[in-house]
Ligand binder design. Structure first.
Ligand SMILES: Nc1nc2c(ncn2[C@@H]2O[C@H](COP(=O)(O)OP(=O)(O)OP(=O)(O)O)[C@@H](O)[C@H]2O)c(=O)[nH]1
Ligand SMILES: [Mg+2]
Ligand SMILES: [Zn+2]
Length: 341
């Protein structure tokens, strides 16, 4: 496998030369277990650890490797290596760390496309979808909505769900699939390009790992067989993992998320709620909070029924969460700046 097939780009190549990293091996972090990283190079996979002084000098989560990262390593036997440097990332998918106020959790890095998977049966929820969208939009990652388990509903019901999504945002790409009968697989495969990295996002049990297995044609990931409603809190997949598909395209599977807390997402909210924020042109005050002002464009649009009420409430909720995160943020200022390729 070449580094390009693993997603290596010209920008990374230039960085390697400019930073004198050519004497190291270059690899990509494909999984992580408690500060031990599996790094895949052109030829091998290494169990790797961060060089001691790098670990000690790291003062933020952003300094540590994550799945999807490019790293400079030195091997010290056939299977073991040390990580000397983490390359800059062009995107970071992150959320608010569960139970840790103001801290971020990195889900994956160097992602081109977020595949936001929602099952069309019980799991489907527009507000949650907007959370995932905001995370992608804040991360320089293009979202695609993947509606899974379409075998469980009728075509009419599926059309209704698509309409609902489009009524909140008409620009979204939506692909409906069934892992049972492979419906929609061709459409999804057409979206998946060589050398690009796709991250599966979504709740536990929506079929992320089943989809990965289906697309790869192999049973690479364990999938669930037990009703999730009977086993609340159970995750089938326990860690992130990066897989290269035979036809090209790199897929990262994730454990399902129960809480999709947003973090540092100012632009993300603006993009997700573009159609709502368009009404702010009619707000009288620049710092309008859109909650009680008399001459507020958003409240006027609500009154006249031009704006979906649920979308407005979800926007307000996420805006509050964002502010709360920023107030408590420990990691925000330390982010290594990223480049756009
Ligand atoms: N009917 C139907 N069942 C599906 C489909 N896709 C997945 N499933 C079932 O849903 C269950 C959960 O699938 P997984 O792929 O393990 O779900 P996951 O999203 O990876 O879950 P976590 O790893 O916990 O995040 C399994 O029993 C699958 O067989 C589908 O398209 N249709
Ligand atoms: Mg899974
Ligand atoms: Zn306003």
């Amino acid at each position: 496998m070449t580094l390009q097939e693993l997603g290596f780009t010209r920008a990374l190549e230039e960085y390697r030369t400019n930073e004198n990293l050519t004497s190291f091996e270059t690899g990509r972090v494909i999984s992580e277990h408690k500060e031990r990283y599996t790094v895949k190079t052109q030829d091998l996979e290494y169990e790797s650890e961060l060089l001691g002084n790098l670990r000690h000098s790291s003062d933020s989560r952003y300094d540590l490797p994550a799945v999807g990262d490019w790293v400079a390593i030195s091997a010290y036997d056939d299977h073991k290596a040390l990580i000397h440097a983490v390359y800059p990332r062009f995107s970071i998918i992150e959320r608010q760390a569960v139970g840790k106020k103001g801290q971020v959790q990195i889900i994956a890095t160097n992602i081109d496309i977020g595949l936001i998977v929602q099952a069309v049966d019980r799991d489907f929820n527009l507000n949650r979808l907007e959370r995932y969208l905001t995370i992608c939009n804040a991360s320089n990652v293009d979202p695609i909505i993947v509606l899974s388990k379409t075998d469980l509903i009728s075509n009419e019901e599926l059309a209704e769900i698509k309409n609902k999504i489009n009524s909140r945002n008409e620009k979204l790409s939506i692909i409906a699939v069934s892992n049972e009968n492979d419906a929609g697989y061709d459409n999804l495969k057409k979206e998946i390009q060589k050398g690009k990295t796709y991250c599966l996002l979504g709740s536990s049990g929506v079929g992320k790992s089943t989809l990965l297995n289906g697309l790869s044609g192999q049973s690479l990931m364990e999938t669930g067989h037990i009703s999730t409603s009977m086993n609340k809190g159970r995750h089938i997949t326990s860690h992130r993992e990066l897989v290269v598909l035979n036809d090209g395209g790199i897929l990262i599977d994730n454990p399902g998320m129960r809480e999709v807390g947003i973090s540092d997402v100012a632009d993300g909210l603006e993009i997700t709620f573009e159609s709502i924020l368009a009404f702010t042109q009619n707000c009288k005050y620049k710092d309008c909070s859109h909650t009680n002002e008399k001459e507020c464009g958003i409240l006027a649009a609500l009154e006249e029924g031009e704006l979906d009420e649920d979308a407005y409430f979800n926007y307000q909720k996420l805006e509050k969460e964002k502010n709360f995160f920023e107030m408590n943020s420990l990691d925000r200022k330390k982010k290594i700046r990223i480049w756009v390729n």
